[in-house]
Design a protein around this ligand. Structure first.
Ligand code: CP
Length: 360
């Protein structure tokens, strides 16, 4: 018979204090010898890193197209193992990380719900993570709790077997690797028109609980002359912490609920789903807002170079009739995630020089 014990709560002195420190003031804690070690926040990525990691993703994408290139890639980390601990539902983050590991030759273990781990017997979350570290060299986490991936990294970094932790989405807070693949998609799309600098980007939908738009907003501090348009119903406006960050870094942003007025003036439209899973009363919450949907009729209102993005999954935010338009890049965006995540893992294990050497 299936039973579930109450989780054992363990006291880790110092965690609450550490968690309370501004992300920007504790980034060193997640680095080693000047390199990223754990990937927890989008604030960890500066302009130099973004240029470098997009280039590495390009190289991996090109190498993977040939049998010889794919063989070279798959020999790079054949001696390493990864754990995918995904206890919040995911399709593309899970599959793209799994395939990114395979591209680099890593072997992968997975747990996709607490009901199939010893957490069902009451084992604490922290002991669960320490146990993974006994067997693998990298832990990738998708978790419903804000701050969980950070705590996992913080706990492991105090043990004699710290292994890198990648945040694959932590509650409504952050999704840093999604932000990387979003930047990669923007850079690829705007390759011939100056990249991300100087562009206007509309983020549309549930900006309050959408972790992808939060992480992407943080990355905008790395670009010159960007303007963000936050387009949402009143109840889902972007939170103040992001707006304060943008103000502090002199990044222009505008808030509106008038989607139609924004469409013709932006270079990219980033659609998002209403994140009802975080609602305190989901049965009572409206989750369809037609004024914030993108339909086939809107294609004539946007600029010829304006791209339409979505982190996916979608519900009704974008009509399937839009999919065939070349400006709809969300299926490419999804695939870009695999190349970007492979690049990130290659960086964490320091094998980028072997990849670069193939292009010299
Ligand atoms: N974009 C994204 O995180 O999708 P999944 O929830 O399917 O992983």
């Amino acid at each position: 018979m299936q039973y579930e014990k109450e989780e054992t709560i363990q006291i880790y002195n110092g965690w609450e204090e550490f968690y309370g420190i501004e992300a920007g003031d504790k980034l060193e804690y997640f680095s080693r010898k000047g390199r990223l070690f754990d990937i927890i926040y989008a604030q960890q990525f500066d302009r130099g890193f973004l240029v470098y990691i997009c280039n590495l993703a390009n190289q991996i994408r090109i190498l993977a197209q040939t049998k010889l290139g794919a063989q070279k890639l798959s020999s790079l980390l054949a001696h390493k193992r990864a754990m995918l601990y995904f206890v919040q539902p995911s399709t593309r983050t899970f599959i793209s990380f799994l395939n990114a590991c395979h591209i680099l030759g890593m072997r992968v273990s997975e747990i996709r719900g607490t009901s199939t781990s010893s957490e069902v017997k009451g084992e604490s979350q922290e002991d669960t993570i320490r146990t993974f570290a006994s067997y693998v060299d990298l832990i990738i986490i998708r978790h419903p709790e804000e701050g969980f991936a950070e705590k996992a990294a913080w706990v492991l970094n105090q043990t004699d077997r710290p292994v890198p932790v990648i945040n694959g989405g932590s509650g409504p807070d952050q999704h840093p690797t999604q932000a990387l693949l979003d930047i990669y998609t923007l850079e690829r799309s705007f390759e011939n028109i100056g990249g991300v600098d100087g562009k206007s980007i509309a983020m549309v939908g549930d900006l309050k609980r959408g972790r992808t738009v939060r992480s992407l907003s943080y990355l905008m501090k790395n670009y010159q002359g960007v303007t963000l348009y936050f387009v949402s119903p009143e109840v889902f406006r972007m939170k103040d912490d992001i707006k304060s960050f943008l103000t502090k870094h002199s990044i222009e942003f505008k808030e509106t609920d008038d989607f139609a007025s924004v469409m013709p003036v932006v270079d990219a439209i980033y659609m998002t789903r209403i994140q009802k899973e975080y609602s305190a009363a989901p049965a009572e919450e409206v989750d369809v807002y037609p004024d914030f949907h993108f339909t086939k009729a809107h294609l004539s209102a946007i600029q010829s170079h304006c791209i339409i993005m979505h982190p996916l999954p979608r519900r009704y935010e974008i009509d399937v009739a839009v999919d065939k338009d070349p400006r709809a890049v969300y299926w490419h965006q999804e695939r870009n995630g695999m190349w970007m995540r492979a690049a990130l893992i290659a960086h964490l294990f320091g094998v980028e020089d072997v990849i670069n050497a193939e292009f010299n």
